[in-house]
Design a binder for this molecule. Structure first.
Ligand SMILES: Cc1cc2nc3c(=O)[nH]c(=O)nc-3n(C[C@H](O)[C@H](O)[C@H](O)COP(=O)(O)OP(=O)(O)OC[C@H]3O[C@@H](n4cnc5c(N)ncnc54)[C@H](O)[C@@H]3O)c2cc1C
Length: 402
């Protein structure tokens, strides 16, 4: 008999935790549990669908599911289908890898108006997450958009809105999102940052890409572009900021009106509130009102309170909060895996039936996920895309059982 571990959350940090555990103890039996019928977390549901190079890490994770000892257990939500306490009682250790579950609120008046969306909703929709199957709002009248935040997620949202259908052609964007985005009569996208350009946390490549879009010209309003990164910053950070400032100075030199869509950076422009009657009509700024038809906030995420108790460990975004890229999770998860092995050292394995066995009819296993994967990639091949996602719970569940 061996130790059994439950990892809750089959995103990058859950996979890296499984990898770390099996490197140290190949004999372990691990259930990698996810509320979705699909693994991969934000690699599937967050990373922008037009960035297939980043999504390619999915293949590495997927191959891990062939390892003996690692068992994908999808379509089971811990806390709803099964209590955390039941899980803790049945397994020798539980690793919480649930990431973040909702958008952080700005906390300003008017945030609940229709037309003000969090980026989880927006990126979930374009990525075919089954919780966000319907369009977040009628986009057919959206000419002016404010994207709030100065990180890469803000850039992803602005870029997906600004691109032409041809520029999104090789992506795995959900078909309903593609149809809606193709029809948006967009003219203006404003990216609003609370602080100055030197404080923006964009990475250089993501920012540079905005300068190469077919129908959108990148523009910068406001000052602060001559600032220097603080000398106290570590060298990589100084280099990133210097390059960003150079790119933004280039955008500031662009002439407006040269392309149909204006993609404008506004710095030192933290929203004070949103105004509108039936839906959002303006962002209130210290400098005045910015008329808009849609707002997407990209200001970070929050999660559920962490379950506590002996033998419970956390990894990834659930442990560190919503920062760090996919590779950041590797070292973190491997270190936690080493602590789990240490914890197991002098403990006899628990015996008895483990809770997911009681949920066998509901469970989507690796074979079920592979049926979904095969159906999606076959549908993609027919239209020259990497995949066409099944974007509803019903479709995912029924194909997993076909
Ligand atoms: C919009 C966006 C774009 C990004 N783009 C990039 C990028 O281009 N490059 C990059 O390197 N990083 C990117 N990241 C960051 C990257 O996605 C994260 O670093 C990484 O996904 C965090 O991994 P995680 O496993 O901690 O969480 P997640 O990936 O969120 O995985 C958590 C998993 O837990 C599951 N879960 C949650 N609650 C439960 C429950 N109660 N029971 C069972 N399962 C549950 C979820 O369904 C999910 O599958 C992006 C993030 C976002 C939000």
């Amino acid at each position: 008999m061996t130790h059994r571990i439950a990892i809750v959350g089959a995103g990058p940090s859950g996979f890296y935790a499984a990898d770390g555990l099996l490197r140290l103890r190949p004999d372990l039996a691990i259930d990698l549990i996810d509320r979705l019928p699909t693994p991969l977390g934000l690699v599937r549901a967050g990373v922008a669908p037009d960035h297939q190079g980043t999504k390619a890490v999915a293949r590495q994770f997927d191959r891990m599911l062939d390892k003996p000892g690692l068992c994908f257990t999808g379509n089971i939500e811990i806390g709803r289908d099964l209590a955390w306490e039941a899980l803790r009682a049945a397994y020798d250790a539980v690793i919480v890898a649930t990431g973040m579950t909702r958008d952080r609120a700005l906390g300003v008046p008017g945030e609940a108006l229709p037309g003000v969306l969090g980026s989880f909703r927006f990126v979930g929709w374009v990525n075919g997450h089954p919780d966000h199957a319907g369009p977040p709002i009628d986009l057919s009248r959206v000419r002016r958009v404010a994207v709030i935040g100065n990180g890469n997620v803000a850039i992803d949202v602005a870029r997906l809105l600004a691109k032409t259908p041809e520029e999104r052609a090789k992506s795995d964007i959900s078909p309903t999102a593609e149809a809606a985005l193709a029809a948006v009569p967009i003219e203006e996208i404003a990216i609003l940052g609370r602080r100055g350009p030197v404080d923006a946390s964009f990475t250089n490549n993501e920012l540079a890409e905005l300068g190469r879009l077919q129908r959108a010209v990148a523009l910068v309003a406001g000052d602060g572009l001559e600032a220097e990164p603080p000398a106290s910053d570590p060298t990589p950070e100084r280099l990133r900021k210097s390059k960003n400032l150079e790119l933004l100075r280039g955008f500031a030199a662009n002439a407006s009106g040269t392309k149909p869509v204006a993609l404008r950076f506004l710095f030192n422009a933290g929203p004070l509130g949103f105004a509108g009657t039936d839906r959002v009509e303006a962002v209130e700024l210290a400098t005045g009102r910015l008329p808009v038809d849609l707002v997407v906030t990209c200001i970070g995420y929050s999660g559920e309170p962490m379950p506590q108790g002996e033998g419970v460990f956390a990894v990834g975004w659930a442990r560190r909060g919503p920062s760090g890229t996919i590779p950041t999770n590797r070292a973190d998860s491997h270190a936690v895996a080493a602590s789990v092995i240490e914890w197991l050292k002098d403990r006899a394995p628990k015996s008895g039936v483990t809770p997911p066995d009681g949920l066998a009819a509901q469970r989507v296993d690796t074979a079920g996920w592979r049926r979904i994967d095969a159906a999606e990639t076959a549908a993609g091949a027919a239209v020259d895309r990497p995949r066409v996602k099944l974007a509803t719970w019903d479709a995912l569940r029924s194909v997993s059982r076909a």
